[in-house]
Design a protein around this ligand. Structure first.
Ligand code: ADP
Ligand code: MG
Length: 255
């Protein structure tokens, strides 16, 4: 039986102001798989994640996320594109965690996690609260339900952000350098939460500079350079025997 593909990108292109930033990205991610996306700054990693999450429209190629198509597909003369309502429906199934935590500053941790299920999914308040508490417990913040973001450390805020994304019960989680803005001593607690999600079978695409985490947790690692993914391999092979010279160069610089 073939596995369900949660992300299937084929020759995805994207330009900004006439400059091609994604130059034909190919990547597939199976259900339950953890893929770390690594590569130099400016290579297009964030742009690609934003395309997966419908925050950017692709210019060409095909991008299927959780069975729904994103952006464009030319078949003969015919151009396929999702309608706004379909985009909105697809996005509900994708959780995203950014480098900056982007929590609502005037809300407590609990309110931050309850917000989207209540407003977007119309989950009743009592149920949203019970689920939010369970998620905050899971990320180790059972003593912080009623704290506002400003009273939390960066690592705690990022754990709230993960709980908030998980509250929508996504089928795919995207992380864009979730630990890059943290003080070094706070990185581990956030990675531990992500490791727990991975163990639980969550499908994840993670842009990260944490090579140890990628080696231990990712099923596969993809290396992006200059707008294309030029090498993908199982993580143990990726780090022990990188094939592409540019991958080898990059690893030599970051490890
Ligand atoms: P990475 O995440 O790998 O560092 P990005 O995807 O953020 O790379 O950026 C790739 C390139 O695309 C950069 O040169 C960046 O300046 C450019 N870029 C990204 N978003 C936009 C935008 N909205 N408008 C113009 N240029 C952009
Ligand atoms: Mg980036």
């Amino acid at each position: 039986m073939s596995k369900t593909l949660m992300v299937d990108a084929q020759q995805v292109t994207k330009s900004f102001h006439g400059v091609e930033i994604l130059k034909g990205v190919d990547l597939s991610v199976e259900q339950g798989e953890v893929v770390c996306l690594i590569g130099p700054s400016g290579s297009g990693k964030s742009t690609f994640l934003r395309c997966i999450n419908h925050l950017e429209k692709i210019d060409g190629g095909e991008l299927w996320v959780n069975g729904g198509m994103v952006g464009y597909r030319l078949q003969g003369e015919k151009l396929y594109e999702l309608k706004e309502a379909e985009v909105a429906r697809n996005r509900v199934n994708i959780g995203m965690v950014f480098q900056r935590f982007n929590l609502f500053g005037h809300m407590t941790a609990l309110e931050n996690v309850m917000e989207a299920p209540m407003t977007v999914k119309k989950v009743p308040r009592a149920q949203a609260m019970a689920e939010a508490k369970a998620l905050l417990d899971r990320v180790g913040l059972s003593h912080r339900y009623h704290s506002r973001p400003a009273a939390l450390s960066g690592g705690q805020q990022q754990r709230v952000a993960i709980a908030r994304a998980m509250a929508m019960k996504p089928s795919l989680m995207l992380f864009d350098e979730p630990t890059s803005a943290l003080d070094p001593e706070l990185v581990g607690e956030v990675l531990a939460v992500m490791r727990d999600l991975a163990r639980d079978g969550m499908t994840m695409v993670i842009v990260t500079h944490e090579m140890g985490f990628a080696r231990d947790v990712a099923n596969r690692v993809a290396f992006m350079d200059n707008g294309a993914i030029i090498e993908v391999a199982e993580s143990k092979h990726f780090f022990s025997a990188p094939r592409h010279p540019r991958t080898r160069d990059f690893l030599a610089r970051v490890q």
